[in-house]
Write a protein that binds this ligand. Structure first.
Ligand SMILES: Cc1ncc(COP(=O)(O)O)c(C=O)c1O
Length: 391
């Protein structure tokens, strides 16, 4: 594998240079009242609340996205409870495994891979199971590039008076997911997707109602220690002791830099707009080259595009290998049954800039011309896009 790759995979993404610089700053002590560190830490939490569009508590944990997901699921429910799960991809399947590990009964509501869940099917399941304790959904199913209808599902959860748990790992920061306006009880994300940082931090927002449920189940003894949100609760808003264990100091400094860039330099709306712009260019460019999208435009996640190989291709790996060998562009295939025929093209971090996107489309164009022998003129991928991308 090459030393220097350009990442078009849906995480980790290529962070911007300010973030990389912040990651390599000298170490600070998170203890002993270091004012520099304290300001960074509290400002980071404040900036995160702006991205989550919430006044709810946010806890920042060291670990992968699955860590905060496990903490949320472990703390919100209790053994034997029924939890409804929207199941239409690999990461929803992961939620199911975590829930089963904790002894919950999973009531799964499915849709075909590549399609968003039908809200009526969820309504029906909630109606059939009046004893359900909550609803869980993956907002942006990274394995298929589908955006599920989180707002409508939150509305449904409110009607049935159950909490909604949202895996927002490839959603939060990539498009508007307003936690307070939509009434999302637990929302989890990680640092290395639309927040455009390196992997290693997870963030979880917890509503008042979620805290009440967590407190009510505090003594059930099924939650472990690190991922037990009740153990974190005394640290929330506590400026003297704001973390349960030694925090990942360098990662927090990197996160602080990326969030400052998103909120103060770019603005949150500008950040979403960059990602949405990249999605538009990628989808139009691929269609110009004869690729079909796996997901229809209305259900497509802005952060990751999934596209089907052309009829003259044998497998998705053919294009994946060409791009990495000739251009150092790293793509990933879809998962499981889709992997042979579907590639994933992510629009987060540097991959959502013109500097990455245009050479990448030209590289795909070149593959069609050189490897497939199709007479594609140079620039064919960009036809119709000049208004969007400039000259
Ligand atoms: C939607 C979604 N959920 C959960 C995860 C798991 O995140 P991690 O690998 O950081 O644990 C991912 C990772 O890609 C994801 O895309």
């Amino acid at each position: 594998m090459k030393n220097r790759l350009k990442l078009f995979i849906p995480g980790p993404v290529d962070p911007f240079d300010d973030t990389l610089d912040a990651l390599s700053r000298p170490m600070r002590s998170p203890f002993f009242g270091d004012a520099y560190w304290r300001d960074i830490y509290w400002e980071t939490l404040d900036l995160l609340k702006q991205v989550f569009q919430t006044k709810n508590d946010i806890i920042l944990m060291t670990g992968p996205g699955s860590g905060v997901i496990e903490a949320g699921l472990a703390s919100l429910f209790t053994r034997g409870e029924k939890v409804a799960l929207v199941l239409n991809g690999f990461f929803a399947q992961r939620l199911k495994v975590i829930m089963q590990t904790y002894g919950y009964q999973v009531i799964q509501i499915e849709s075909e891979l590549g399609t968003a869940i039908d809200v009526d099917s969820v309504r029906q399941a909630l109606g059939e199971h009046p004893d359900i304790a909550g609803l869980a959904v993956v907002a942006s199913e990274t394995s298929t590039g589908v955006k599920n209808p989180t707002q409508a599902l939150a509305e449904l959860a409110r009607q049935y008076n159950v909490p909604i748990f949202v895996d927002a790992v490839s959603a939060m920061g990539g498009f508007s997911l307003p936690v307070d306006a939509w009434g999302l009880d637990i929302v989890c994300t990680s640092s290395n997707k639309a927040l455009e940082m390196s992997p290693g931090l997870g963030m979880i927002s917890i509503s008042k109602r979620a805290w009440e449920l967590i407190d009510a189940r505090k003594d059930d003894g099924n939650r472990g220690w690190y991922y037990n949100l009740s153990n974190w609760k005394p640290m929330v808003g506590n400026r003297e002791r704001s973390f349960l264990t030694t925090p990942a100091v360098s990662l927090v400094m990197g996160l602080h830099a990326t969030l400052k860039h998103i909120i103060e330099t770019e603005t949150l709306a500008g950040h979403w707009a960059r990602i949405a712009w990249a999605q538009r260019v990628a989808r139009a460019g691929l269609r110009n080259l004869g690729f079909e999208m796996l997901v229809r435009d209305a259900d497509a996640s802005p952060t990751v595009t999934t596209f089907i190989i052309r009829d003259d291709m044998e497998s998705s790996q053919e294009l994946q290998s060409y791009l990495v060998e000739k251009h150092d562009f790293l793509f990933s295939t879809a998962f499981g049954p889709l992997s042979e025929r579907v590639l994933r093209f992510a629009h987060m971090g540097k991959a959502s800039t013109k500097d990455y996107l245009l050479p990448c489309l030209m590289g795909i164009e070149e593959f069609v011309r050189v490897v497939k022998g199709v007479a594609v003129p140079v620039g064919a991928s960009l036809v119709g896009l000049t208004e969007t991308i400039g000259d």
